[in-house]
Design a protein around this ligand. Structure first.
Ligand code: SF4
Ligand code: SF4
Length: 432
């Protein structure tokens, strides 16, 4: 083992925020009465249901299959009866097909057979079969990342967890250290790599200590700088390699995996478990008892908030994810997905709900942008309907980290504008 010195990436910011649930061990919630499982829990096409209403399923049974290479299988997260397969508008305002399963509390569960061998192809096949995607939030199918087109030499494990409030990765690194370590080794072997680096922000000293005991991995304690968990920033800070604009981590010889994804790979390969649950943080001053919870996929957000003592009367906003990259809910009709890492119940004091004012050209947004973009220019081109102009200013390189909006004194909704601009640019290209 060696503890390596981290680099500092240019721009970015130190975000103040409390990790209220830092010392709360992960609790497994009682099996819920029902789950409502979205078919769109990953990047790419929605999964295709392979069960019908009225079917009785076991936990771990395939209920929807991947609709192509950039998609992922989905498994029942509780045993019971498929009550309904229908399109619902979720709490984010998106229309998605969901499978609702009523729990029969039988405890019936299906696992995969033991792997015949741990060859790279068997491991990659198992990871794809288990429906594992980037659980740090990206939702990109992990099996694709484990089949790189160019040679790699370093596996980087993302233990930064740089978003304020979120603590589930920290707790997993403390409570499942050995399993995560074994997951890293499985992934490294599948990629033919011997060099493994884990990057952990310095505000998690116990996690740094926990991994420092392994002789064959390097631990890099990272300075607290947002967005340290961004792939490009993490690669630079742990290795000094720069991923050029428009390029991917594999272009500089690196594969980056989040700790939760690594753990899911361990469970699929060693314990023969498909991906049916997630670990997330329920936090914010609006919830009575902030906690880290292990929950079946498809558990309702409202039941999890109730499990944590319910929300206070001064709650003004509920967010899926962290405060920087998460999305505010428009309703509580939201159910846990593979990529969820947090539910934030926020009070007035924790949010900025002032109406945006005109841009004063202070350039603070550009000074903080880790991708060196000019968010105010992208926004103004977008608002004028000049999507090509927004593209010229690099809209497609925005990683939606939220720093520009966080630092804007005019309270401009920069990320929403940039995200919308990206969608328009994609649409424009699709239609020629
Ligand atoms: S423009 Fe994008 S990458 Fe830059 S700070 Fe804003 S959200 Fe982050
Ligand atoms: S930080 Fe806000 S006010 Fe300042 S230039 Fe950027 S968008 Fe305009």
């Amino acid at each position: 083992m060696s503890i390596l010195k981290a680099r500092r990436f240019p721009f970015g910011s130190r975000i103040h925020g409390t990790k209220l649930s830092r010392y709360s061990p992960i609790e497994t919630i009682p099996s819920p009465d029902f789950v409502c499982i979205s078919m769109s829990q990953h990047i790419g096409a929605p999964a295709i249901p392979v069960v019908a209403e009225g079917d009785v399923v076991k936990k771990g049974q395939l209920i929807a299959k991947a609709a192509g290479p950039v998609s992922a299988n989905i498994y029942a997260s509780i045993p019971g009866t498929v009550e309904k397969i229908s399109e619902i508008t979720n709490g984010l305002g998106q229309k998605q097909t969901h499978i609702r399963i009523k729990n029969d509390f039988t405890g019936n569960e299906m696992l995969f057979d033991d792997l015949k061998d741990r060859s790279p192809s068997s491991v990659v096949e198992r990871v794809a079969l288990a429906g594992i995607v980037g659980l740090g939030g990206a939702g990109f199918p992990t099996a694709i990342k484990l089949s790189p087109k160019s040679p790699l030499d370093i596996l980087i494990i993302n233990g930064a967890e740089c978003e304020p409030y979120l603590t589930c990765d920290d707790r997993l690194m403390l409570e499942r250290t050995e399993d995560i370590y074994r997951g890293m080794k499985i992934i490294a072997e599948a990629l033919g790599l011997t060099r493994i680096i884990i990057g952990i922000e310095k505000n998690k000293p116990l996690a740094i200590e926990a991994f420092a005991k392994y002789a064959d991995i390097d631990v890099v304690p990272l300075r607290k700088q947002y967005p340290m968990g961004g792939e490009k920033q993490l690669i630079y800070c742990t290795t000094g390699r720069k991923v050029p604009v428009g390029k991917m981590p594999f272009d500089v010889g690196c594969c980056v995996q989040n700790v939760k994804t690594v753990l899911a790979c361990y469970e699929a390969v060693v314990l023969n478990k498909p991906l049916t649950e997630t670990v997330l943080t329920v936090s914010g001053h609006g919830v009575k008892e902030p906690k880290n919870l292990k929950v079946p996929l498809g558990t309702s957000f409202s039941s999890l908030i109730d499990y944590c003592g319910g929300k206070s009367d001064d709650t003004v906003k509920i967010v899926a994810g962290g405060p920087m990259m998460g999305k505010a809910l428009v309703s509580l009709n939201q159910y846990t997905r593979k990529t969820d890492s947090g539910i934030l119940v926020l009070t007035d004091k924790e949010t900025n709900r002032e109406k945006p004012s005109n841009c004063i050209n202070c350039a603070r947004c550009a000074q903080k942008c880790p991708m060196r973009l000019m968010p105010m220019m992208i926004e103004s081109h977008f608002l004028c309907g000049d999507y090509s102009g927004a593209e010229r200013y690099g809209a497609m390189n925005c990683v939606e980290c939220g720093l520009c909006a966080h630092n804007c004194p005019a309270g401009r909704a920069l990320v929403q504008s940039i995200t919308a601009a990206k969608n328009k640019i994609r649409e424009m290209k699709k239609n020629g």
